[in-house]
Design a protein around this ligand. Structure first.
Ligand SMILES: Cc1ncc(COP(=O)(O)O)c(C=O)c1O
Length: 405
């Protein structure tokens, strides 16, 4: 008789965004005359850059001719893309990463959800709190987290690293040593970043204790302050303790096209085994490669025209971030983020819970955001807004919020 993976039953409630979607659908059905503005889910709205579209078109044409048709992609991704990534994202920044340490995939969500498979099921994970939910949930499914403590809103065998106003939303080193440490910078949901010396502290800690850092840099392209590292490999010794995840989703609007990559340096060993070998085996067995046309599109992001167009899009989102940030500050909200990240993190007024504020914002301003508590207990009394809306909607949403307060 078949049985289920009962770890799935430990996952509390439905996924945050399903709940938001349900509430918004109900509200819209009850108030069809209202124009609801969505600044909740972190999806982009600007179309794919022209240089990338051109690359897609030519790759599609290649697929229609016998002499240029491509079938399965190489396991790690096409060399043209991996070489470009290694050079432009890493070597140009002084990071010692080579093309064969890059594993191309269909996005960072799968990679940061699946990476735990190559580690022992008894490994203890540490996560920032609040945090992108995928890190915890994927470890719950694998049976690594212990049971859920309803009263605390936490899993019993996970080390939570509180990120709050007092520590600038940057976690302190934990008392108990974790085996795997998920770090996400620029951070979703708080929009916070780590300075290079702060990240170096974590690299030193991981090396000293034999921990592995799982560094999610999905929002790297939004960094504009000088002393903020774009890659963990800018830190000394990171090649011996860190894996990095990247995504084209927010960098170049690929949320629908799907492309990302994971970096595993060949120098990174656990128990004398190269993690590169394990991930290569896993990738080869369970994954058949991102589409050729999408890898060509990814390559075009790094072309001169592609870079210029994509930077313009990011600048536009970051102008939205500035509009939200400044507007809410003017309206008396306590706000952070929105400087090196497309997320604005605000304290709910009047000590409302995150969901109370979600309801108030929807009912009084017809604006949808994301309750901070959905990202972990330390997100309670906070709320996330994204800069990915259109300019018009962003301005309108901020005006409505100002009238609300
Ligand atoms: C921190 C973080 N990592 C990864 C992802 C997923 O990226 P992708 O679209 O490449 O799967 C997201 C998407 O919102 C994210 O916020």
């Amino acid at each position: 008789m078949a049985t289920i993976n009962s770890n799935y039953l430990k996952l509390p409630g439905s996924y945050l965004f399903s709940m938001i979607g349900e509430k918004v659908r109900e509200y819209e059905a009850a108030h069809p005359e209202k124009k609801v503005i969505r600044l909740g889910i972190g999806d982009v709205t600007q179309p794919i850059a022209p240089a990338v579209i051109d690359a897609l078109h030519s790759a599609v044409d290649e697929m229609g001719k016998a002499e240029s048709f491509r079938g399965y992609a190489p396991d790690l991704g096409y060399e043209f893309l991996r070489n470009t990534i290694a050079e432009k994202d890493f070597q140009d920044r002084g990071c010692d990463i080579s093309a064969d340490e890059i594993f191309v995939s269909d996005g960072a969500k799968c990679d940061c959800g699946n990476i735990q498979e190559i580690f022992g099921t008894d490994n203890v994970i540490a996560v920032q709190d609040p945090v992108y939910p995928v890190y915890v949930d994927s470890n719950v499914m694998a049976g690594r987290t212990g049971s859920y403590d309803e009263s605390l809103g936490q899993f019993r065998n996970v080390i939570y690293l509180p990120c709050r106003k007092e520590n600038g939303y940057v976690p302190q080193l934990p008392d108990r040593v974790p085996d795997l440490i998920y770090l996400c910078f620029p951070n979703n949901p708080t929009g916070a970043v780590m300075k290079k010396d702060q990240l170096q502290t974590w690299v030193d800690y991981a090396r000293k204790n034999g921990s592995v850092l799982l560094f999610d840099a999905a929002y790297e392209a939004y960094i504009h302050e000088m002393d903020v590292p774009h890659s963990i490999y800018e830190c000394e010794g990171a090649g011996e303790c860190a894996i990095e995840f990247r995504s084209f989703s927010k960098t170049a609007g690929f949320t629908g096209l799907r492309l990302g990559f994971t970096v595993i340096p060949k120098t990174l060993e656990v128990e004398g085994v190269r993690l590169w070998d394990l991930w290569a085996r896993r990738h080869g067995t369970k994954y058949n490669g991102a589409p050729y046309i999408v890898q060509r599109a990814g390559e075009a992001v790094y072309s001169e025209a592609g870079r210029a167009q994509v930077s313009e899009q990011i600048a536009r989102y970051m102008e939205n971030a500035g509009i939200i940030r400044n507007g809410l500050l003017e309206a008396g909200y306590e706000v952070s983020g929105g400087v090196n990240a497309p997320y604005i993190w605000l304290k709910t007024p009047g000590n409302m819970t995150s969901w109370e504020f979600f309801d108030a914002l929807l009912e009084r301003a017809d604006v949808v955001g994301t309750p901070g508590s959905g990202f972990g207990p330390h997100g309670e009394h906070y709320f996330r807004l994204t800069a990915f809306g259109s300019r018009e909607n962003t301005i309108e949403a901020v005006e409505r919020m100002k009238r609300m307060s």
